[in-house]
Write a protein that binds this ligand. Structure first.
Ligand code: MG
Length: 180
């Protein structure tokens, strides 16, 4: 049985991961409007990934006899100054998500809810990628500036990203069940 405090925090995390998906989709919409189709596509993939993050927490609560209770999703911003500003905002956002994951690890440990550990450790590792990707793209966008060939080249490169189910979903690890 899942610890009730951990269950409540994971329910909040479902909302946070779903908000992330919502925010990345909003970023995709703005990038599409700027005709930066590659970056927009990258953000749509990121949004899909965030929904799998929410699903991992959903499955974990359910598998352990807990109760999923969904909260409200805030409206995300829908205007940015540049593609660089979009990825900078994504980087700042992921640092907040990392702090939430770290708090969950701390709570699960304090409550001796050790069954939550394997999944939470996967998220700890995943957050390294989640911070690195937008931070690198923001830095590279800074290098090329806001117009010209460099921007379109980075846009094309970002557009090659494809969606892959996260390993715990594929492996059904930590009681998450088989791939959807
Ligand atoms: Mg996430």
């Amino acid at each position: 049985m899942i610890n009730k405090k951990v269950e409540a925090a994971m329910n909040k995390q479902i909302v946070a991961e779903t908000y992330s998906a919502w925010m990345y989709l909003s970023m995709a919409a703005w990038l599409d409007e700027q005709n930066l189709k590659g970056f927009a596509s990258w953000m749509k993939v990121q949004a899909q990934e965030e929904l799998t993050h929410a699903t991992l927490f959903y499955n974990h609560i359910t598998d352990r006899g807990g109760r999923v209770q969904l909260g409200a999703i805030e409206a995300p911003p829908n205007e940015w100054k540049s593609a660089g500003a979009v990825f900078e905002a994504a980087y700042v956002h992921e640092q907040k998500v990392t702090a939430m994951i770290n708090n969950l690890v701390e709570l699960a440990t304090a409550e001796k809810d050790f069954a939550a550990n394997p999944m939470l450790q996967w998220f700890v590792k995943e957050q390294v990628e989640e911070e690195k990707n937008p931070s690198e793209l923001a830095a590279r966008l800074k290098l090329v500036g806001s117009t010209g060939d460099g921007l379109l080249r980075l846009d094309a490169e970002a557009g090659t990203r494809t969606f892959v189910y996260p390993p715990p979903v594929l492996a059904g690890a930590a009681g998450e069940g088989p791939a959807a």
